[in-house]
Design a protein around this ligand. Structure first.
Ligand SMILES: Cc1cc2nc3c(=O)[nH]c(=O)nc-3n(C[C@H](O)[C@H](O)[C@H](O)COP(=O)(O)OP(=O)(O)OC[C@H]3O[C@@H](n4cnc5c(N)ncnc54)[C@H](O)[C@@H]3O)c2cc1C
Length: 379
């Protein structure tokens, strides 16, 4: 086989997940690491995201997914500090918390239920009256009935995070190969040996698929890729001279994320429209309506910029992590982070790197194994 490049570990996909895994592998002393990216690194879903780190705001039970999110969130302060020291890039971790508003009878029922279980579980959550909520955020709607405050749900500037991870790669001898789309995996005698674009072949002893919404498109003889679907999310932004909000603010229909530079991100649509990243007039209207419901004073502002990204979603909406097949050695997958890939990046990177370099099997690799779908089919 004519292989043009030789790596110990090949990571396919240079989003937040692939880049975070590359960094963890380097920190654990892995050998030659290459990240192969179809376009430019950090330019897909991870770039389009709102950067909320919100394990609690939308959680209605303490299931395995909640614990995975919570553990990843707890890694963020150190992750941010380390990245700053390693690269000089601040990822703007903002720990002012998240406010979740109830504006209708249904919203009130929803947040009371959420408050009750989270309080019982000993989580950090506060139930606020409308006045208390307005004291915290004076520009929220006068129609707010009550609210929850989540002190431990934070936000990060995901584009800075991508810049930090890209810089980490650059200065720590992680090879980045852009504009290179892998079409299929190379498997010989039940062992992964690399990947190919159609023209070019890349050799590696270990391959990690961090290919987000495009994971199912990759071919491999005798292997079925996990089913991952693109789910479009549009976000629109507003710009104010002075920062209007301190916290991230949700309603059950939308959210506002205030950024340090004066932008307010209003998100997000959830659309099953295939690999179509267009911005639509309906999407912008929907976002505007939800933003105004949260903060009617935004009504005088024209949207600044709107973009769309493709969230990777598995059939059950949960991440897919771990060894792809029991028969093939050293082939891993880390995808389907759906609406929480920014939040889940540090924990995903840690458990994948532990499995690849340290041979340590996190319980999450069993829970979120790609094999859970095959097992489900057997019934
Ligand atoms: C509008 C929106 C808002 C969001 N808000 C949040 C939020 O507030 N908080 C949060 O935690 N998450 C949020 N998310 C979700 C988060 O963005 C994703 O879960 C996360 O970015 C997934 O990371 P990834 O690295 O798997 O995917 P991506 O960033 O999409 O990266 C995958 C990469 O793989 C590359 N690739 C794919 N196939 C190949 C191939 N064959 N060969 C080479 N390269 C390939 C792609 O080009 C891409 O760069 C949001 C997403 C959207 C769209």
């Amino acid at each position: 086989m004519n292989l043009s490049k030789n790596s110990e570990i090949l990571i396919i996909g240079g989003g937040v997940i692939g880049l975070a895994i590359a960094r963890e592998l380097r920190k654990r002393g892995a050998g030659r690491i290459t990240v192969l990216e179809r376009g430019a690194i950090g330019s897909e879903s991870s770039y389009a995201a709102a950067g909320m780190l919100a394990p609690q705001a939308e959680a209605d039970e303490a299931d395995d997914f909640f614990h995975l999110c919570d553990e990843s969130n707890k890694l963020y302060p150190q992750f941010a500090e380390e990245l700053l020291a390693e690269t000089g890039v601040s990822i703007e971790l903002d720990r002012r918390g998240t406010l979740y508003l109830a504006l209708t009878d249904g919203d009130v029922r929803q947040i009371r239920h959420r408050f009750a279980w989270q309080e019982r579980a000993g989580l950090n959550v506060e139930h606020l009256s409308a006045n208390e909520a307005r004291k915290l955020e004076p520009f929220i709607s006068p129609d707010v009935r009550e609210a929850l405050f989540f002190p431990n749900d934070w936000q990060v500037e995901n584009r800075k995070l991508l810049a930090a991870l890209g810089k980490y790669a650059e200065i720590n001898d992680i090879e980045i190969v852009e504009n290179t789309e892998i079409k299929s995996l190379l498997i010989e005698k039940n062992k992964i040996v690399g990947a190919e674009t159609g023209g070019e072949k890349f050799a590696a002893q270990t391959v990690v698929l961090a290919t987000g919404a495009w994971t199912s498109l990759i071919k491999a003889d005798g292997l079925t890729m996990p089913f991952v679907k693109p789910i479009r999310g549009q976000i629109t932004t507003y710009r104010t001279a002075k920062r209007l909000f301190g916290t991230v603010i949700y309603s059950p229909r939308g959210y506002l994320v205030p950024r340090r530079d004066g932008r307010i991100l209003a998100g997000a649509t959830v659309e099953d429209v295939g690999f179509d990243k267009s911005v639509t007039a309906d999407g912008v209207d929907f976002l505007r309506e939800n933003a105004f419901e949260i903060a009617p004073s935004l009504v005088n502002l024209a949207p600044d910029e709107t973009w769309a990204g493709l969230r990777p979603r598995a059939a059950d909406g949960l991440p897919i992590l771990g060894a792809l097949s029991p028969e093939i050695e050293n082939l891993f997958v880390a995808t389907a982070h759906y609406r929480n890939g920014i939040l889940l990046a540090p924990e995903t990177a840690k458990i994948l790197a532990d499995a690849i370099v340290g041979n340590v099997e996190s319980k999450y690799l069993k829970i979120f194994s790609p094999r859970r779908f095959q097992a489900a089919k057997a019934f």
